[in-house]
Design a protein around this ligand. Sequence first.
Ligand code: SGN
Ligand code: CA
Length: 514
Amino acid sequence: MRLLIFLLLLSISCLGQQRPNIIYIMSDDHDADAISAYNKNLIATPNIDRLAKEGVLFTRNFVGNSICGPVRATLITGQHSHKNGMKDNRTRFDSSKLTMPKIFQQHDYQTALVGKWHLHSYPTGFDYWKILPGQGLYFEPRMITMKGDTSTYHGYATDVITDEAIRWLDNRNMKIPFVLHIHHKAPHRYFLAPLKYILEYHNKTFPEPATLYVDTAGHGTAWRLQTMSILYDMKLCSDLKVDPNYLMDIPWLRPDSADIFYYNAIFNRIPEPDRSSIKKIYEERGKLLQQLQPKGKELLKYKYQWYMQDYLACVASVDENVGRILDYMDKNKLTSNTLVIYTGDQGMYLGENGWFDKRWMYDVSMQAPLMMRWPGKIKPGSVNTNMTQSIDYAPTMLNAAGIKVPDFMQGISLVPNITGKQKIIPRHHLYYHFYEYKADHTVLQHLGIRGERYKLIYFYTVNEWELYDLKKDPQEQKNLIKSISHQKVLREMKVELLKLRNLYDDHETAGELH
Ligand code: SGN
Ligand code: CA
């Protein structure tokens, strides 16, 4: 009997020691196409790819509401937006709620968060946090500390956030496991990279997406109302850093005062001598516009290339800093007992449909990159093709630590799936609901479901439906809602939509779903 008790205690204490650490790295607006593990045509991201090589790459991971604050609220609650209350970027998250980090604390985990937060209320459930105010700044970023004061940090946001994360790792309590969130600002709009990456990317040319030049003809009201076109809505000065002085005499390129104001504010934050060097590189863009005075398609051609150059230069810095964290883990013997997760808060349009930004339930922005490395648990080099969703992150992280997933969470733990115990996730459709209208980029409210093959979207304020065959039309260009041969599928999808709305308990939509 004594031996039995001894063995039991021993196994409990061993289990205790083996509780894994978790490092959750999330960048902002990092689309899967800008990670070479997913797509080799835009950029090489060897460090982020390491996670896929040594772990699992999810090829069909999606969010439930493609915008920053709501995804972050889903991350910590495991709930869709209507349940956690954070439906758009303007909402203030109710920080008194029970959330994943609080549950980790209850189970003797140390919890820490560094970087972009964007929930407006201060973080709770973290033993340590240091966050960017709002969207944060790329150069000389300010950060809010737990005391509520704000100081300026010298350097570039992605480097600074990584420095702070490493500082916390160095000073943590080494006796208990931890959960560390590293939330980068990059590569979010205004897409400003450090000089060394601007130098590397400003002359590169990138393949154009097949739908870069599509127009609104044949599309619905939501498409016609959006203001996320690279040609019309992306700013030449503040987004693409063209010196306004080159544009003042060209009526259709002349910047408005807000664009000039932001351009100056952005450049004034870059310390010298880098500011002058960066300005010099971008002078080429101004000179070219002044000389060629392009319009329409010709102008879009340039704007798209500049967008990619700037965005991917930001991604390069994220990749470098993921590498710093992975090296730190190797040097400090953290690799073998840590689950590392890499994701972006949502997808991002990189020129598809002629767009930038996100918000839509279309796959480009509904999909988010996701990879996980957990040595000894996840088979290196695995590819997971199940449909997974942002509501699954919290259940997965808790379950990985051996903590029971609370009933209020709406996602599924992916642990059985990634450890090879369960092949298929028992869920055939994903639910989606976007609310933030009218705000930036004017995308209408919509909800819908994504199945393995079909997607149904309902823009309820204009009573317009869209149905896509994701197998035949992965770029979602042909709305099949009126197609006679798809009426049976449509009826089935509407039944599924109602089922999912009931399952997730979302009853706030205006109008009935039929
Ligand atoms: C800012 C951006 C928008 C972007 C939102 C939300 N404009 O307002 O382009 O859609 O953030 O982004 S900017 O001129 O200020 O850059 S999110 O990732 O935080 O949801
Ligand atoms: Ca984002």
